[in-house]
Design a protein around this ligand. Structure first.
Ligand SMILES: N[C@@H](CCC(=O)N[C@@H](CS)C(=O)NCC(=O)O)C(=O)O
Length: 206
């Protein structure tokens, strides 16, 4: 198997890197240099028509895009330790929080990156600056909402166990920091959660 991937701070590849570290799995990595636009090269577009990383090439030469789909593929091959829930309710909580983290936090974060960050202006010359600025507020609101949710004292986002939902949130928050959108000072539950999951060895996977 081969994982076409990019290094930190690319947040979607990092989800897979952290997941693999948690599972104790290693996969050959093909460094797909985004700065050199290798993810938009014709041969790469054959692997993923969206021209995005990560992409997993399976041993029988098939391609899987989407970070969560790649992790689910590994999960089916290597169920232990479970990263997508231990029973039906748990699994629903993990799915619920992955989707909430993606829709509520990652979406506005992506809009800040695309529309308000000078580093993407070259590839996105028609930035909607107002929308980018507005998205900063939506992103901060999402962080405060998750902070309130964590106020019930649970250790991890989807419950008692560290799961894929924590990985999605961690990679989102660290990328948000990279684009200067840090966790609000008053969001103490979220800050404590962030410190807790960042202390895991897997968080060093970049
Ligand atoms: N939903 C996809 C998103 C993949 C994605 O957006 N990857 C970024 C790197 S972090 C990328 O390749 N961006 C280039 C582009 O969208 O053109 C996933 O979870 O894998």
């Amino acid at each position: 198997m081969k994982l076409y991937t990019e290094n930190y701070p690319a947040p979607n590849p990092r989800k897979v890197h952290i997941y693999l570290a948690e599972k104790g799995l290693s996969v050959d990595r093909v460094h797909t240099r985004m700065a050199e636009r290798q993810h938009k090269a014709p041969d790469f577009m054959q692997k993923n028509s969206l021209g995005q990383v990560p992409v997993l090439e399976t041993d029988d030469g098939k391609f899987i895009s989407e970070s969560i789909a790649i992790c689910r593929y590994f999960e089916a091959l290597h169920p232990a330790p479970p990263m997508f829930g231990r029973d039906p309710f748990d699994a629903a909580m993990v799915e619920m929080w992955i989707r909430r983290a993606e829709f509520r936090l990652w979406n506005p974060m992506g809009q800040v990156w695309i529309n308000a960050d000078p580093r993407t202006a070259v590839v996105n010359p028609n930035q909607f600056k107002d929308y980018g600025e507005h998205s900063k507020k939506i992103l901060a609101g999402a962080m405060k909402w998750i902070d309130r949710e964590l106020g019930d004292g649970r250790e991890f986002l989807a419950g008692k166990q560290f799961t894929m939902a924590d990985i999605v949130l961690l990679c989102g928050l660290d990328f948000a920091k990279f684009i200067h959108q840090d966790i609000p000072e008053e969001a103490q539950n979220l800050r404590a959660w962030h410190a807790r999951v960042s202390a895991r060895p897997s968080a060093r996977a970049t």
